[in-house]
Design a protein around this ligand. Structure first.
Ligand code: ADP
Ligand code: MG
Length: 255
């Protein structure tokens, strides 16, 4: 199968008055269509930098990013980016928030609008369409942010620690929700997280990064022997503990 996304020997450093910070060093990996990839690594190792480079927000100093085998276009409408903070605007209703992306892309056609309404209904936000973001729980807000991202129909989703601002309990259920929505909508996703359990529970493969400058330390395919895999069921799978220990050791360099 052809990869949807390919990073080839990406290196990047930030140059500031205080000096040079090397963030990524010779980083290469592939993401396949329909795959859910998780990237874990120590704080400050360069995870957000990777997503920023994929999204074209910063140009890599060296290396190549290929999307469907071609150099990544500057403004790729097939990419959706979701951040830790949900970035909902308080002065807009939830409906006006989730339609913001298609409004900006001038795609507010009947088809896109009915798709958005369908998602609001399916994912339990229809009764809150006219509410303001502050009237919603943290989990509902993240769902709204995901619907806004999905509304422009991106093929690849970039998720930068989207659950880390939520409390533990909410985080488990929202992570479950969001992962199943992404699967259901048949998207390819890259989830950056520092939470090992989260990575194992949602991902098909986990990339473990070294500390800064980030390079690929190990790629671990996750396969659990339970039917109808969901994040919550995966947490209860017998293999979960082994993956956890393996990734823990990789992150902490215990050979
Ligand atoms: P992570 O997301 O894994 O926590 P980042 O990709 O945000 O890491 O950052 C990697 C390193 O690059 C960090 O040491 C950070 O301080 C530095 N860095 C990130 N953004 C900038 C920037 N705009 N200017 C200078 N240094 C930066
Ligand atoms: Mg980050």
């Amino acid at each position: 199968m052809e990869p949807l996304l390919e990073l080839k020997n990406i290196s990047h450093a930030y140059h500031t008055k205080g000096g040079e910070t090397s963030a990524l060093s010779n980083l290469s990996f592939q993401v396949f269509p329909g795959e859910f990839l998780a990237i874990i690594g120590p704080s400050g190792c360069g995870k957000t930098t990777i997503l920023s480079i994929i999204a074209g927000l910063i140009p890599a100093e060296s290396g190549e990013v290929l999307f469907k085998g071609k150099p990544m276009p500057k403004q790729n409408k097939e990419l959706g980016y979701m951040l830790q903070k949900d970035q909902l605007f308080e002065w807009r209703s939830i409906y006006k928030n989730v339609t913001l992306g298609i409004e900006l892309q001038r795609k507010k056609d009947p088809e896109s609008l009915s798709q958005v309404k369908k998602m609001l209904k399916e994912y339990g936000l229809e009764p809150f369409a006219n509410a303001r973001p502050s009237e919603l729980s943290g989990g509902m807000r993240q769902r709204a942010a995901l619907i806004r991202t999905l509304a422009v129909n991106p093929e690849l989703l970039l998720l930068d620690e989207p659950f880390s601002a939520l409390d533990y309990q909410t985080r488990l259920s929202v992570c479950d929700d969001i992962a199943s929505i992404i699967k259901k909508e048949n998207k390819t996703a890259i989830l950056v997280t520092h939470d090992l359990s989260e990575a194992i529970s949602v991902a098909d493969r986990v990339i473990v990064l070294s500390s800064r400058p980030a390079t690929v330390r190990r790629i671990v395919p996750i396969s659990v022997s339970i039917p109808d895999r969901t994040p919550m069921r995966t947490r209860n799978a017998p293999e979960f503990k082994d993956y956890f220990n393996l990734l823990w050791k990789e992150l902490n360099h215990h050979e």
